[in-house]
Design a protein around this ligand. Structure first.
Ligand code: HEM
Length: 507
């Protein structure tokens, strides 16, 4: 009896009652008609669906939920609402047509503790995001991205030279390409070898970021009190050290070179010059260009590497497709030179193959979460303000209504019966609405160059000794889902091709 009447316990019970009453009252006020939420798995009191959140390939479970509950699935974790969009129609209805309400990002405590709030990809919808996005867009819009094609082709040449030297490390060479390409464009920094500090830096930082981004991956986002635990504090501290280095080191490298009158023009130098020319000394504006350059560096490597990993898996698993693409390249380009961007329009099958890579296995299967800035009602269902919105690209790209035999790798779905390319580029691989990937044009040219050059130069196949963990087709569970290492055979197509590859060093 004394226990039940103790003052601290009464206080806790009263606080809980007050919390639930306030929550009920707020919800009622926001949703006076008492409209239902979209359907979804049944939540349990207090924790909601927290314990049902899948940790392994969550996009697959969400796709199943989509089949069970509908194209929009609702989940509740503690008092946080989330919806999963499982169809292109709903993505278009909400993220595009109602983009004024659906363009925020959910506040992710763990990411902020690791310093990722510098990155426009995680900044909330508002004036700061708009300014960062405007600057980014200036440098990566379609016309601007074309300026980088020469550098990108050079880095793709470097990739095939490395592959010629050590074909068993193709997946590592892809990673090197991703880092080297974006570092050259953003900071005019030219990576020498595979152990380059800046390449490793962005790799480590983005792995930590991706691990902490998916719902369920970071318990801190649901139980903020956990941020005081030493293990979590140390993890966040290490993440913060990496993000600070990632933004500061290469940016200072450019500033130092500019002060000595050295270096070629790059994204960061252009932004710096523009600011200097306007006489602007406002520290906030200087910080903006440091962050926007850092965001390009951080976002510009990893998704391309993941998407090219999918290309490689697809080719190893589908030798018939590989052969058909090589035949097209041989027919159009011949074997006296390697393909370049001028050949792109004349290689429809390679184009279709590239598009199918983007569709078949999206590199960010759940995109990056959006969030709502206002309440909304969609088809009679209530979607509260602050709801996290997951665009399930995996499910959207496997929708049989749009992509018959969706699980199959079929470049032909992008071709007309006469062999010309259809007008159905899978833009959704880059997300949707106002947050759509602003690096997509740059990604497109980089991926095409690597795909065309790799196909023209090498044959690759599944290794006979591949078993279990060495088999192709296994991917990571992070926000950016990478091909896991597997055993394969790779070799140059002929002596003539080897010579052509070597000659790219003098191009
Ligand atoms: C194949 C390669 C790539 C894929 C599949 C990809 C995919 C995506 C996706 C799905 C999003 C989320 C969009 C949304 O929220 O709706 C995104 C955002 C973003 N991407 Fe990419 N991306 C790629 C390459 C790049 C590159 C090369 C860069 C930089 C040069 C880049 C920069 C960004 C940035 C800054 C954002 C955040 C945009 C914002 O929040 O406003 N991406 N990307």
């Amino acid at each position: 009896m004394a226990f039940w009447s103790s003052l601290p316990l009464q206080f806790v019970l009263l606080s809980l009652v007050a919390f639930f009453f306030k929550r009920y009252r707020d919800r009622r006020a926001a949703n006076p008609q008492g409209l239902p939420y979209p359907s979804g798995p049944t939540p349990i009191p207090i924790f909601g669906n927290y314990f049902q959140l899948p940790k392994v390939a969550p996009w697959e479970t969400y796709e199943q939920w989509g089949k069970q509950y509908g194209e929009v699935v609702h989940m509740e974790n503690l008092s946080e609402h989330s919806i999963i969009i499982n169809s292109a129609k709903v993505a278009n209805d909400l993220l595009e047509k109602r983009s004024n309400k659906y363009s925020d990002r959910p506040p992710l405590l763990m990411l902020n503790m690791m310093g990722w709030d510098f990155d426009l990809g995680f900044i909330g919808y508002g004036p700061r995001w708009r300014e960062h996005r405007r600057l980014f867009h200036q440098e990566f819009r379609q016309a601007a991205a074309q300026r980088y094609m020469h550098t990108t082709l050079g880095k793709a040449h470097e990739l095939i030279r490395r592959t010629l030297e050590s074909p068993d490390h193709y997946l590592d060479h892809l990673r090197h390409f991703g880092g080297a390409n974006i570092l050259a464009i953003v900071y005019d920094y030219h990576v020498k070898d595979a152990s380059d500090y800046y390449v490793k830096l962005v790799e480590k930082a983005t792995v930590m970021m991706a691990e902490s981004q998916l719902p369920g991956a970071s318990a801190v986002d649901y139980f903020p009190v956990l941020k005081y635990l030493p293990g979590i504090r140390n993890y966040a501290k290490e993440g913060l050290r990496l993000t600070v280095e990632m933004c500061d080191y290469p940016f200072n490298y450019v500033k130092d070179r500019m002060s000595r009158g050295e270096g070629q023009e790059c994204m960061a130098s252009k932004l710096i010059e523009r600011l200097q020319a306007s006489g602007n000394t406002n520290p906030e504006d200087w910080d903006t260009i440091r962050c926007v350059s850092g965001a390009a560096y951080a976002a510009g490597a990893d998704p391309i590497v993941a998407a090219l990993g999918v290309f490689f898996v697809a080719m190893v698993l589908h030798p018939d497709v590989q052969k058909k693409a090589q035949e097209e390249i041989d027919r159009v380009v011949g074997d006296d030179r390697l393909p370049n961007y001028d050949d792109r329009e004349s290689l429809p099958y390679v184009e279709a193959l590239y598009r199918e890579v983007l569709r078949w296995r999206p590199a960010l299967p759940l995109s990056i979460s959006h969030a709502t800035t206002e309440e909304d009602v969609y088809e009679g269902f209530f979607i509260p303000k602050g709801t996290t919105v997951l665009m399930n690209l995996w499910a959207i790209h496997r929708d049989e209504r749009t992509y018959p035999e969706a699980t199959k790798f079929k470049p032909e779905r992008y071709l007309n019966p006469d062999g010309t390319v259809k007008d159905n580029y899978p833009t959704s691989a880059f997300g949707g609405g106002r947050r759509i990937c602003p690096g997509r044009y740059f990604a497109d040219t980089g991926m095409w160059a690597v795909i065309a050059l790799t196909l023209s130069s090498f044959n690759f196949s599944q290794s006979k000794d591949g078993t279990g963990h060495n088999m192709p087709g296994r991917y990571g569970d992070g926000m950016i889902s990478h091909t896991l290492p597997f055993k394969y055979n790779m070799g140059v197509r002929s002596e003539k091709h080897a010579k052509l590859i070597e000659m790219t060093a003098n191009a």
